[in-house]
Design a protein around this ligand. Structure first.
Ligand SMILES: [Fe+2]
Length: 202
């Protein structure tokens, strides 16, 4: 998902955005957490007096990519403190990587998007943790709201953007870990590859 897409400059009302984000972050914290006690790889938090320090998120060892994306999206306390917003473009941070999978957390301000891209041969899934995202593939456009997810195969090409008026957050899982990504334009004569990126460029 992470790409170095060219993005239009955004005009952001920072004071209103701050208020909106606080309200939505508060809603995330109030959301009941699903009970999940088996198959977790790491301790979630360390308590230090009244302070809670976020450690590596609890990544299930088993289950589908969609299961993992949905579980992590629902367990916002594992990653909420890491989230940042950037008016310059989507903010993203890798939450986890092993030989089999790679997991990214992404925040999207209104209007921010990826452009059409593939995943270099990796399969993947993503889940909306906050707000809503619009996903367009070569056949259809759909809106995903908080709690919803999509999965895709190795040849999938799509575009994801925040078409709403509020910030959004999502969790993305890829297997094998992303090694490359190609970017495309959809022209009247068809799909045209316009750029290629390799891991390390994002
Ligand atoms: Fe993607």
């Amino acid at each position: 998902m992470p790409t170095a897409a060219t993005r239009p400059r955004l005009r952001v009302d920072r004071r209103r955005l701050h208020v909106d984000l606080r309200r939505q972050a508060s809603a995330l914290c109030r959301r009941p957490r699903p009970v999940q006690t088996s198959g977790m790889s790491k301790e979630r938090h360390m308590s230090l007096g009244s302070t809670t320090i976020t450690t590596d998120p609890a990544v299930p060892r088993h289950g589908t990519l969609t299961d993992t994306a949905r579980l992590l999206a629902a367990n916002s306390r594992d990653w909420l403190a890491r989230v940042r917003l950037s008016a310059e473009g989507r903010w993203y941070e890798r939450l986890h990587r092993d030989e089999d999978r790679e997991i990214w957390l992404i925040s999207w301000l209104p209007g921010q998007g990826t452009g059409l891209h593939d995943h270099g041969g990796s399969r993947g899934a993503f889940a909306v943790a906050l707000g809503e995202l619009e996903e367009r593939d070569l056949d259809a456009t759909r809106t995903l709201v908080t709690g919803e997810s999509r999965s895709f195969g190795a040849d999938y090409i799509h575009e994801v953007r925040n078409a709403s008026a509020a910030p959004a957050i999502s969790v993305h899982v890829y297997s094998p870990p992303l090694a490359a990504m190609n970017r495309y334009d959809l022209t009247p004569s068809g799909l045209v590859k316009v750029d290629a990126e390799e891991a390390g460029q994002w």
